[in-house]
Design a protein. Sequence first.
Length: 138
Amino acid sequence: MSEPKPSFIHPIRINWGDCDSAKIAYTGRFTHWALEALEAWYQSKTGETWYTRHIDRAIDTPFVHLSIDFVSPVTPRHMLDCEVILLKLGNTSMRHQVIGRQDGVECFRGIFVSVFTDIETMRAEPPPEDIVKAILAE
């Protein structure tokens, strides 16, 4: 349905409380940061948060696939810049890549696939045309 679009960078401050006893970011935080970046991307494109879309429009986009490869440790020393790249907007799904970097060094790379669903039936459905236009706009 679409070709990849330019990326989006979402900066995240890493705090001491995000770290484990090895003084690097706790593994469980990576999914949180990637999802935060994905929601910021979505809001920048559509003007809606996942919450408002869910409550006001009865549309949900649950994730059906997540994978993350860890490359380099994350610490509170630098901001974490999460680059969000739309890889594919399909008939009912979106596939994104999120790449986390600190001080220009790649720290992690993940693939995130979500599906547009009706919140009552939880069945996949095509995204509304206004959302498609907003997502694909330059």
